[in-house]
Design a protein around this ligand. Structure first.
Ligand SMILES: *Cc1c(COP(=O)(O)O)cnc(C)c1O
Length: 359
């Protein structure tokens, strides 16, 4: 059970090209504890932290690197805010292809550690994601290499629609009323929309309008800002500054189309501050046992705000996408934790520190 169960709907011509490391068919948690604490009845968390490299980016990478093999590419790569680097590197390793990943120099160290352990060449760029992206595009063009989210992009984006397929299947072959999606470039949300539409046009689920709700971190929320201002175009953010580094794309490639898709769906877009994001990570972990990186905290924080403001009502079936694992951002999360107090290995010491006072 993984995303290749939907291979008839994915753009790979022959099964022999498929690069399969077990991506997809992640758990859809019925999140009763979190729902109770927020006042909802039908809340689900789609837990893409459990993919092979611990983020949803394994979905688009699986399809892109399979396509690179089909095209006979000599080398693969990508620009990345971190998670894509690890995902492309892992799939490239399985495919036996050299891999070049371009990341901003301030990328979380665990994400870089992961990509480099899979054997990728790490190109740390002294600049923003948008600058790393531009350089990567030049390198791909100059060397004739296949880069997942650049010249393989039409195939890359197809991989993520499997998230929507799975949600429908896991809900008993129906679509949810609303889905909350973190927005970086916006590709994931558009893929999810296409996934629902494809299942509807194939008659696998009933026709319905799924409300698309976009979530970004306050320090880099160009799509949310445009949504709230009623604008049709995106004004790029030059210096993104959010704890949700996976979403720190100041000039989102699909922003224009995402805005239209959100509006057409009757959806909404909302941002969350660093504190709201970190609090939401704690809330999700302590209520549902799911450990998320800040990008997933963003969707939970936005869920919380939209329930409070009445945009999301208690009866709707809501799916919240949690797209990356907490270990990805260990540096960020660690910095707010107090070290545990150390006790001698004696019962008396335990009782003094934690025990019930039952004298
Ligand atoms: C890349 C990423 C996103 C955003 O995806 P886009 O397709 O760029 O919008 C969301 N969450 C995580 C964890 C990511 O790595």
């Amino acid at each position: 059970r993984n995303l290749w169960r939907y291979r008839e709907l994915l753009p790979i011509l022959e099964e022999s090209f498929i690069v399969d490391i077990g991506t997809g068919f992640s758990t859809l948690h019925k999140s009763g504890n979190l729902a109770d604490s927020l006042g909802l009845k039908n809340l689900y968390v789609k837990d893409d932290t459990v993919n092979p490299t611990n983020s949803f980016k394994d979905r688009p990478s699986s399809v892109a690197i399979s396509k690179a093999r089909e095209f006979g590419a000599e080398a693969v790569g990508c620009p990345s805010t971190g998670n894509l680097a690890a995902a492309v590197a892992a799939h490239a390793a399985k495919a036996g292809l050299p891999c070049y990943v371009f990341v901003p120099a301030n990328t979380e160290s665990n994400k870089v550690l992961q990509a480099s352990t899979y054997g990728a060449n790490i190109v740390a760029v002294d600049g923003t994601y948008d600058e790393a992206n531009r350089l990567a595009a030049q390198v791909a063009e100059d060397n004739g290499w296949a880069f997942a989210n650049i010249n393989l992009r039409p195939y890359y984006v197809e991989g993520s629609k499997t998230l929507a397929f799975e949600v429908c299947e896991q809900l008993g072959w129906k679509a949810p009323d609303s889905i909350i999606v973190p927005l970086g470039s916006g590709a994931l949300m558009l893929a999810i929309k296409r996934g629902f539409e494809q299942f509807m046009s194939l008659g696998l689920i009933e026709e319905k309008r799924v409300r698309l709700i976009g979530a970004q971190g306050e320090g880099c929320a160009p799509i949310v800002d445009a949504f709230k201002a009623g604008d049709e175009d995106i004004t790029p953010i030059e210096h993104p500054d959010t704890v949700a580094k996976s979403l720190a794309i100041g000039d989102p490639g699909d922003g224009y189309y995402v805005l239209r898709a959100i509006r057409e769906s009757g959806g909404f877009a909302e941002s969350a501050s660093d504190k709201e994001i970190l609090d939401a990570i704690d809330l999700l972990a302590s209520s549902e046992g799911v450990f998320s990186e800040p990008a997933g905290g963003v969707t939970i924080a936005v869920l919380r705000k939209l329930v409070a403001s009445g945009v999301i009502s208690e009866d709707e079936t809501v799916v919240c996408c949690v797209t990356g694992n907490g270990f990805k951002a260990a540096d960020t999360l660690q910095s707010r934790l107090a070290s545990p107090s150390v006790i001698p290995p004696s019962l008396a010491a335990f009782q003094e520190a934690h025990g019930r006072d039952d004298q």
